[in-house]
Design a protein around this ligand. Structure first.
Ligand code: EPU
Length: 419
């Protein structure tokens, strides 16, 4: 298993380009299953989760061609299986996203039930209940979701909880259903909007993307398109925090500040200077130590749970004390114990992490348990005294494209040790 070694204490300075959003690219690749003509997807990040999705589509018989610009052309005309095996679903929960499209277009799907994961139990009951409300015949047996439907029917769905992939799965399924589907309490994340944009370009009738009510008028078929994936707002936020924590200057390009309002607001509260343009953000923290801040995670447009771990790391070295409440996932504080091993003063009380900032963390061997937790350990390593060794970085490779190259471009002393 590869590891990262980071020698702390370098002030980051430089510019980097942000990749396409993992959490948009994954559902969009699943959405291609709905089209009866080839769909090309551009700005796909080079990540392990993308490879897993390609493997998932490939083993169904779907044709995939990657061109020299790394666009992926997906051709579903050769599909022969409607199946997502446990071996792939267990490594990537987002595999559940093929359920809605397979069922809507081919009338059947067998998808392994994802298990619990490092950040909580993460059930998929709302995906299943929604599809059942649209007329699917669904049975959960031997660890698999077995779903059948002649043609799904439009339904009025009110989601009990805001769910990102749940909204995407139901929206995708509804595009080919008979009649109108209304999804209330829908997720408003920019990635959901990007999936809707792609579906609309394929011929779907969707209104309300970006609001909490989606209205989808089912159509008979969807066709081909070329879709360019939006920038990754979580990758963007992670590098901005890296700049802020190291007292440096980091400019992130090819991104969109409008998608990060709640994150930028928190950086401003931490008294970090920000400059923004249409597609770039610069954090300028030279000669400055961030002020600790209070944060409460919640669905978009509130502060994203996917940035919680990184801000916990920031608070660990900030001036003063801060309180971070996690309300989206039940168990997303696995990084806290590892940060404590690097000297951080953090107390966990239920779903709240109370930090008392210290001037300098100390290096330690640490281990990552999930993607964003791993990112927070890398950030901590950048400001720790000594060499931090981050183990199990396959979690990072699932969601951050070439993290060590991008950080090295900003001046960080970081390298990968193959294991
Ligand atoms: N939930 C249910 N039942 C369901 C679905 C969700 O109870 O059927 C609960 C979950 O247990 C959780 C809450 O609803 O407490 C929200 O979960 P959501 O369904 O929104 O999460 P997700 O769709 O599985 C996506 C991202 C996550 C991100 C969350 C929240 C993708 C592929 N994944 O997950 O990304 O944390 O939304 O914003 O889009 C990451 O990139 O590191 C990551 C974990």
């Amino acid at each position: 298993m590869d590891k990262l070694i980071i020698t702390g204490g370098v002030t980051l300075d430089g510019d980097i380009r942000i990749s396409g959003a993992k959490n948009a690219a994954l559902p969009i690749l699943a959405a291609t299953l709905l089209a009866d003509e080839p769909v090309t997807v551009g700005n796909i990040p080079h990540l392990h989760d993308i490879t897993t999705t390609m493997e998932l589509l490939g083993q169904m018989g779907v044709g995939l061609v990657v061109d020299e610009k790394l666009n992926i052309e997906v051709d579903t005309s050769t599909i022969e299986k409607f199946y997502a095996p446990y071996e792939l679903v267990k490594t990537m929960r987002a595999s559940i996203l093929v359920l809605g499209p397979l069922l809507a277009r081919f009338g059947r799907a067998e998808v392994s039930l994802p298990g619990g994961c490092a950040i909580g139990s993460r059930p998929v009951n709302l995906h299943i209940e929604g599809l059942a409300r649209m007329g699917a015949d669904i049975e959960v047996k031997n660890g698999f979701i077995h779903a059948r439907a002649k043609r799904l029917k439009g339904a009025h769905l009110v989601l009990d909880q805001v769910t990102v992939t749940g909204t995407e799965n139901l929206m995708m399924a509804a595009t080919l259903a008979e009649g109108t589907t209304i999804i209330e309490n829908a997720a408003r994340e920019p990635e959901v909007v990007d999936v809707a944009r792609c579906l609309i370009a394929m011929g779907a009738h969707i209104e309300g993307a970006g609001t909490d009510t989606l209205i989808i008028e089912g159509v008979q078929r969807l066709g081909g398109t070329h879709h360019y994936v939006l920038p990754d707002r979580i990758e963007t936020g992670t590098y901005l925090v890296a700049g802020a924590m190291t007292g440096g200057r980091v400019k992130v390009k090819d991104t969109n500040p409008a998608m990060l309002e709640s994150v930028l607001e928190k950086l401003e509260q931490a008294e970090i200077k920000l400059n923004t343009g249409d597609d770039w953000i610069e954090v300028d923290a030279r000669g400055q130590r961030p002020q600790a801040i209070d944060i409460r995670t919640a669905p978009y447009p509130a502060f994203p749970t996917d940035m919680q771990a990184q801000f916990t790391a920031l608070n660990s070295v900030a001036e003063g004390s801060g309180m971070i409440s996690e309300t989206v996932f039940e168990n997303r504080f696995m990084h806290v114990q590892e940060l404590q091993r690097m000297g951080a003063d953090i107390k966990l009380e239920g779903n709240v992490a109370i930090t008392q900032g210290i001037k300098r963390l100390t290096a330690a061997p640490v281990m990552a348990t999930d993607l964003r937790a791993s990112a927070s350990l890398v950030l901590a390593g950048l400001v720790a005294e000594g060499d931090t060794l981050v183990d199990r970085i396959y979690h990072i490779d699932r969601g951050y494209e070439r993290i060590e190259e991008k950080l090295a471009q900003l001046g960080a002393r970081i390298h990968r040790v193959p294991g």
